[in-house]
Design a binder for this molecule. Sequence first.
Ligand code: INI
Length: 156
Amino acid sequence: MSHFANIAEFEPDLNGAGLRIGIVVARFNSNIGEGLLSGAVAELAERGVVDGDIRIATVPGALEIPLVLQAMARSGKYDALVALGAVIRGETYHFEIVSNEMAAGITRVQLDTGVPLANGVLTTEDDDQALARMNVKGRECAACAIEMANLLKVLR
Ligand code: INI
């Protein structure tokens, strides 16, 4: 839906057919990572991304995500990337460091490489919050990756 009759607007395009999507998932809090991954892959499939166009890399924790995203982005093999993981305050005394460095690194990779990137690393107070959000967050990030990949293709 465009806002104005005489002003062109790029419509969100959520068709994933033909898009190549890379996913990086942290194994720390692995049950949450698995839930995020299930949601993301289900959403990609429902939106037309075929299994052969998806690659999954796992890393030990959230702090390792940006470097692997950077390598995948630089490879030129992906239209968009998705980062998945969980940083849970109740289980770490350096919650802020892990959360902030992870998020800053992910944003930096996106801007440095020009490859769109959806940040699906949950930062929560406890396990229950992460469990409640993992499926929807995985799905949202997959949809975000598709939309951003399509928008960037049009803009370029
Ligand atoms: N990594 C996470 O992904 N989530 C966490 O909650 C977490 N905590 O609790 O510390 C965490 N730490 C590990 C970190 O990401 C690195 O793997 C580690 O510091 C080695 O570089």
